[in-house]
Ligand binder design. Structure first.
Ligand SMILES: Cc1cc2nc3c(=O)[nH]c(=O)nc-3n(C[C@H](O)[C@H](O)[C@H](O)COP(=O)(O)O)c2cc1C
Length: 167
């Protein structure tokens, strides 16, 4: 999905992340706690998530408030990541970013050699966030007619109002 935050300079800030989990209330994603997005969310804990299913002509745009997940939730999400993504969370740091591709591969290989195939714990820099929806826009496209949207907004008392919007 595309995760949009508010940049520290006030401009939008967007990037692709994996939607790790929907727990029935909140949408979770995980990242490096040293990342730009983590700093932006610390400053303004609000975000929009855009998820598109082009083949189904569907789009979902969710805006809401973001809070860090618990350490337990973050560890569970880490254990569900592929080995590649688990290693990436350890190895992908700012120091290595400017190194040559060869140096980056060597560091990757050195980490694999040192740690073997055993289970990995998340690094201290692994973290997660969960977004509680305030607005949800369900877009539905069509090849034989106009697209449209169902726009949901949560009131202060927790009830959802919705209306139809043009696509
Ligand atoms: C398909 C795809 C999935 C990605 N998933 C994640 C993710 O789940 N978490 C993450 O931190 N970065 C993920 N990234 C990398 C981010 O797009 C981004 O480059 C990185 O998190 C740094 O973003 P920031 O500087 O805005 O914090 C993914 C990139 C792609 C293309």
């Amino acid at each position: 999905m595309t995760l949009s935050t508010i940049g520290l300079d006030g401009y939008p800030s967007a990037r692709t992340v994996l939607l790790s989990r929907f727990d029935g209330q909140r949408l979770h994603f995980h990242t490096d706690t040293r990342s730009r997005k983590a700093a932006e969310l610390a400053a303004v804990p609000r975000a929009t998530m855009t998820i598109v299913w082009p083949e189904a002509a569907r789009q979902l745009v969710v805006t809401g408030d973001v809070t860090p997940v618990t350490g337990r939730e973050a560890r569970l999400a880490y254990s569900a990541r592929t080995r590649y993504l688990q290693v990436l969370a350890w190895v992908n740091d700012a120091d290595l970013a400017g190194a040559t591709a060869d140096v980056r591969r060597q560091r990757w290989a050195a980490f694999a050699a040192e740690r073997g195939d055993g289970p990995l714990e998340p690094p201290a820099t692994w973290g997660g966030f969960a977004l509680t929806p305030l607005r949800m826009l369900f877009w539905q496209g069509a090849t034989d007619g106009p697209s449209n949207r169902l726009a949901y907004e949560r009131d202060a008392d927790g009830t959802w109002r919705w209306e139809s919007w043009p696509g």
